[in-house]
Design a protein around this ligand. Structure first.
Ligand code: FES
Length: 87
């Protein structure tokens, strides 16, 4: 098991991200396919000021420190599944 890639998903809990859909994202854990359940860790993070750049689109999530914009549960799972294929 130790050679499995892990995914650290950090969901921004700042106000803007929260109202722009971030509030729904912790439910991600319930939607993970079985194959990913032991590999994904979901935590929150305080506003990291991604929202201060008007070109960025909330809500923001970091997956292993890679920024995901306009994050949705579906988008997060797709990103992880794509990384699994490349691993
Ligand atoms: S509220 Fe999420 S980055 Fe600022």
């Amino acid at each position: 098991m130790s050679n499995e890639k892990m995914y650290n998903v950090k969901i921004c809990t700042g106000t803007l991200c929260h109202v722009m859909g971030g509030a729904e994202l912790p439910a991600l854990i319930d939607f993970l396919p079985n194959s990913l359940q032991s590999k994904v860790k979901v935590t929150g993070m305080v506003c990291a000021n991604y929202c201060k750049n008007p070109e960025n689109k909330p809500p923001f999530v970091l997956i292993n420190n890679e920024l995901i914009q306009e994050a949705s549960i579906e988008k997060i799972i797709k990103h992880i599944q794509k990384s699994e294929l490349e691993f």
